[in-house]
Design a protein around this ligand. Structure first.
Ligand code: G5P
Ligand code: MG
Length: 220
């Protein structure tokens, strides 16, 4: 498979990866793939594997690297990436081993975008998040609330609280990020590919990301 451009979003749980990814997708015509969404789709099948994945997500730990890469590969195989300006990965790779596997299977990223949001802000946000599981659309009671409380704007279906957004699980996820995922940023910093955007509000961070990406990629 030939990828035109490849962009990784590497940032903590709840830092706004999926919110920002949707904006990059709209503005720059990238295809957004969220590993969390693919894994939750696996859970929704009710298969034996789905039940195992459900338990892992609920506990705030990571699924096995090989499984994460297999579901990513299956998902990419189903897509016509030639019709997009590039691929935007949200939540994967999440370990150094996944980085090695991705680079071996596909390519090195053109850029790695990191959003650096303080953990106290993340804990607050996730306690107010509502998700439409089939699409991965996210809402927040304080930020981008749904038009009708508890209902997805697009499909009219119900919104849910994610099982891993309980405060004790959020703490576990943030610890995993620090220990297991952050080293990816060090790896790509050495290659001068990482660009970090720090702040507490997506609507302040987004124009900076937009400006930065405009220097690298064409708008849609
Ligand atoms: P996920 O699904 O990748 P996380 O933990 O990486 O989960 P998450 O929770 O999806 O990341 P996000 O995408 O970074 O968070 O953030 P978001 O949803 O856009 O925003 C969070 C909330 O804040 C939303 O309610 C949003 O509306 C709100 N918000 C945004 N901006 C603002 C703002 O400015 N102000 C306010 N007030 N609110 C705002 O992975 C889930 C699990 O799947 C497994 C793991 O078990 C993982 O824990 N998994 C993997 N395992 C192994 N390898 C991989 N590669 C894996 N990928 C997933
Ligand atoms: Mg997300």
């Amino acid at each position: 498979m030939k990828l035109k451009k490849c962009l990784f979003l590497v940032a903590a749980p709840g830092s706004g990866k999926s919110t920002i990814a949707k904006r990059i997708e709209r503005e720059f015509g990238f295809s957004h793939v969220s590993s969390g969404n693919i894994l939750r789709a696996q859970v929704a099948t009710g298969s034996k594997l789905g039940l195992q994945v459900e338990r892992i997500i609920r506990d705030g730990t990571l699924v096995d690297d090989d499984l994460a890469m297999q579901v990513l590969e299956a998902s990419l195989n189903e897509m016509d990436l030639s019709s997009f300006n590039g691929l935007l990965l949200d939540g994967i790779p999440r370990t150094l081993y996944q980085v090695q596997m991705f680079e071996k299977m596909y390519t090195s990223p053109d850029l790695v975008v990191n959003v650096d949001v303080p953990f106290f802000e993340i804990v607050q946000r996730l306690s107010n998040r509502l998700t439409h599981l089939p699409s991965g659309r996210v809402y927040n009671l304080d930020f981008e609330p749904p038009k009708v409380p508890g209902i997805d704007d697009v499909t009219g279906e119900e919104l849910v609280l994610r099982s891993d957004d309980k405060p004790e699980v959020v703490t576990q996820r943030l610890e995993n990020y620090e220990a297991i995922t952050k080293p990816i940023l060090d790896y790509y910093r050495e290659k001068n590919l990482v660009h970090s955007f720090r702040g507490t509000e997506t609507n302040v961070i987004w124009p900076e990301i937009q400006k930065f990406l405009s220097g690298h990629f064409l708008s849609k």
